[in-house]
Ligand binder design. Structure first.
Ligand code: SF4
Length: 465
């Protein structure tokens, strides 16, 4: 038998029909929907007089434009309120499970799927959000889709997709002090550039990912699309199975045993060939921070901003980016003043991220010049924060815990960074205006965010641990 990759195994098991010289018709196991990209898709179904094919494979949660304070009160913004209402109404009409505001299972779509056991190895998963790649951490093929595709999946449970090429990214060795999964992914993107994986689906392999928690793997797969990849995935292993066992919607009893036997086959064969392969050494990675306006413009926190010649996109892009950020060539990032700190999002809004944040905050105080938004990825994460005593550490240090949602990741609610202000953010994009018009985003890990939050400037977290 021809050796195959994990990606091929999952992809080929879901092809309903091959179109000659065209895309594959591809079956979707799980479809996550939210309030922003679903209303137009449902309108399309209405117009065409058709329904939802598999409502039991479709899951709705409200997250993108929800407020992160006073969620018990009516949502003030009329557009957001309408979209939230539409999600509720459409879910009820088509029999779709809906976790709206104040539902104890509500939270960011890519946080609640895995934590409730909806995301499982070997599945195909889509959502009208780019960072659907997160679910690849479980050995699933997961990717973001557009509104018209949301309608296509609602109505047929299938999607037409050309098969991407395959890339493997290996990181071997042992990570250094304060180097987290976010640093690993920012390092890979800095090496490969934001277009480095365009047209590919990435499998992450090597010691570093094998030794990584599921939360960490989700952070890495989440960021895959920031280097242009269609998605990223990691072979399921005992860490995956331990995470999943007993979660609300995972199979139970005999069904679990059967599923487990299948999941154990989901790995790349020894001699399988990838279209492209990269290998990095864990020892070369230090805590990372971005200085520019795309996630590839990242450096080790102790390094200086590189020269224009060494950066993707040419001098004009580089100058525009640094001008927007208010930084200069070869400057150090250490010591730069920070106005806002945001910990949250589907990249770093899980319990492990808040544990890391608290490990630096414990016994210290929030810097006076910093406004901090501490936003759990879900109500379940919020409950864990309280149960584990992290809430007490945060409040003693002068931080407030907000309610779950996407928040300042894309600033569709009130959590907007003001123009010209600097935010150290654990989210995934630092594009111009991503966190609010004129906002300046420095992407980093929860440890770097915590170090900035207590010192008021960009600080190497290794000094505080
Ligand atoms: S946190 Fe950001 S990237 Fe993640 S689902 Fe929300 S808007 Fe999308």
């Amino acid at each position: 038998m021809q050796p195959t990759t994990l990606f091929d195994k999952v992809w080929d098991a879901h092809v309903v029909r091959k179109i000659e010289d065209g895309p594959d018709v591809f079956f979707i196991d799980r479809h996550f929907i939210h309030e922003v990209t679903s209303p137009v898709a449902f309108l399309g179904l209405e117009t065409r007089g058709i329904g939802v094919m598999y409502s039991n494979r479709t899951f709705a949660t409200a997250d993108h434009n929800t407020p992160t304070i006073n969620q018990h009160l009516p949502v003030e913004d009329p557009l957001s309120a309408n979209q939230l209402k539409a999600l509720e109404t459409n879910s009820a009409k088509y029999g779709i499970s809906h976790w709206g505001l104040n539902n104890p299972k509500n939270g960011i779509v890519h946080v609640v799927g895995p934590e409730n056991g909806i995301t499982l190895p070997g599945m195909t998963i889509v959502c009208g959000d780019s960072h659907t790649s997160t679910h690849g951490a479980f050995g699933a093929i997961a990717f973001g889709i557009g509104t018209s595709e949301v309608e296509m999946v609602l109505s047929s449970q299938c999607i037409m997709q050309p098969k991407p090429k395959k890339m493997r990214v290996n990181v071997n060795g042992k990570l250094g002090k304060a180097v987290t999964p976010k640093d690993v992914t920012l390092y890979i993107i800095a090496q490969l550039t934001t277009a480095g994986a365009t047209g590919y689906f990435v499998e992450y392999a090597g010691d570093v990912f094998e030794n990584m928690s599921m939360e960490g793997r989700m952070t890495v797969c989440n960021m895959s699309i920031e280097m242009g990849a269609r998605g990223g995935m990691i072979a399921p292993d005992q860490t995956t199975f331990n995470y999943l066992e007993g979660r609300e919607q995972t199979p139970k009893g005999e069904a679990w045993d059967k599923a487990l036997a299948y999941w154990k086959t989901l790995k790349t064969d020894a001699d399988a060939v990838f279209d492209k392969e990269y290998t990095f050494d864990a020892a070369d990675i230090e805590p990372m921070i971005t200085y520019g306006t795309n996630p590839g413009m990242g450096i080790g926190i102790s390094k200086n901003i590189p020269t224009a010649e060494s950066v993707e996109g040419g001098k004009a892009t580089y100058d525009k980016s640094l001008n927007y950020m208010g930084f200069g060539e070869q400057e150090s990032m250490l010591g730069k003043k920070v106005d806002y700190v945001f910990i949250g999002s589907c990249t770093n809004g899980r319990i492990e991220d808040f544990r890391a944040f608290a490990s630096i905050v414990k016994g210290r105080k929030k810097a006076d010049n910093v406004t901090a938004w501490i936003v759990p990825g879900s109500h379940i994460v919020e409950a864990q924060i309280r149960e584990e005593g992290i809430y007490d550490i945060l409040t003693e240090a002068g931080f407030l815990l907000r309610q779950p949602g996407c928040s300042a990741c894309l600033a569709m609610n009130d959590d907007k960074i003001p123009a010209g202000k600097y935010a150290v953010s654990t989210s995934n994009r630092n594009f111009e205006g991503r966190q609010g018009p004129g906002s300046r985003t420095l992407l980093a890990s929860p440890l770097v965010a915590a170090a900035a939050a207590v010192t008021g400037v960009v600080t190497d977290p290794r000094e505080l641990l």
